[in-house]
Design a protein around this ligand. Sequence first.
Ligand SMILES: C[S@@+](CC[C@H](N)C(=O)[O-])C[C@H]1O[C@@H](n2cnc3c(N)ncnc32)[C@H](O)[C@@H]1O
Length: 418
Amino acid sequence: MGTLTSLAEEILANAKRLDQHLSSQHVMPTSFDHDSLADLPSELESTKKALINSTQTLKQLCQGPVGSSMEIIFNWTDLLSLRVIYEFKLAQAVQVEGSTTYHEISSKSGLPEALARRFMRHAMGNHIFAEVSPNAVRHTAASRMMATDPDFFDAVGLEASELAPTAGRVIEALKRYGDSGEPNESAFSMANETTLSIFQFLGQHPERARRFGSGMRFFTKGETWDLKHLVSGFDWASFDHPGATVVDMGGGNGSVSQFLARSTQHITFIVQDLPGTVEQGRASLPVEFKGRVEFMAHDFFTEQKLQNPDIYLFRWIMHNWSDPYCMKMLQNLIPTMRNGSRILLYECVLEDTPATLLTEKMGPNLDMIMAACFNSAERTRADWLRLLEKTDKRFCLHSISQPEGSTMSIIEVLWKSA
Ligand SMILES: C[S@@+](CC[C@H](N)C(=O)[O-])C[C@H]1O[C@@H](n2cnc3c(N)ncnc32)[C@H](O)[C@@H]1O
């Protein structure tokens, strides 16, 4: 790890690299008011990553064990002020440009002025809003984004108002249910005082379901999540002939199939999902995909009806379900399997070691979401192997590939009947 000085020198070198790039592009230096580092060329993305990781390490070393633990322990206060800002729409109550008084914010939001000042001042410690006078505030880049980018606002709401309260019930759920793996014995079900699973519950609460989807989409936006990695990481060309079929299991509105249809010429994509989702997907399918992307209602916990398609694709399905449920999904495909039949799982494969770098925490963070909401888990390579083996030894793990720059991996499973 080196000394504080060597870390600081590394930081200095990387900071200079980024500053030099900005000045060569005649872009203003980055600040809390303007994020000039949002669109860096890919070769500088790794410089930014290194800078984030080494500044975090330097900070934690300087804080020492007590200071860095205190920061974790008090994190709930950051979430609290953020949640107040979200629920009372305080960001939307501040003019996009210029300043707004606490008095005006209070009249627009309905939150008493003294409370608005208190919670907003707390958030200012995180550079969310800035004060221009004791009575007035203006936006920073973060608060302006909350006011102007509905997807970001949904992501904040999902974390602060959905997942954080859910996390508060995890201990109770663990004590009551252990690792039952049952979707309706989760902290989410407890937090919402329901015996339904999260999917069933959100099915009855369309606005929260919309926010959940939109928030997750925001977290998984950007280069490292891009579906182009699913295209580049698998040899689709060798299947791209007339008559070839890919079944997109739990394919939602068909967005993955549409992306793949655009990248291939002949393959027919059959999106299977629950009846309501299939209806919506079919109704909103752009004309250009008619004949290439079809929809079919099918519950993946029942036996597959299609005969021997070329590929079954599961994106972001199995991480939502504990092993017994995933085994059921796989067993339901067995009657359609022939020697060499192929299943692709597009999932985040966790390292079998702790992620100690800040930029590598997304996988473990998603794993916490799985634990709290779904009673499931993100899996390591060994977990996938174990799952396949205990389902049926004829499901063979052929490969796991993580395309360069991708957070997700392609897990290729072959059926070997011999
Ligand atoms: C996390 S979403 C993933 C959607 C899509 N694969 C994607 O990557 O965008 C999970 C999907 O599983 C579907 N689903 C849940 N239970 C199902 C079941 N029993 N049978 C089929 N689909 C199901 C949901 O409706 C939802 O579309």
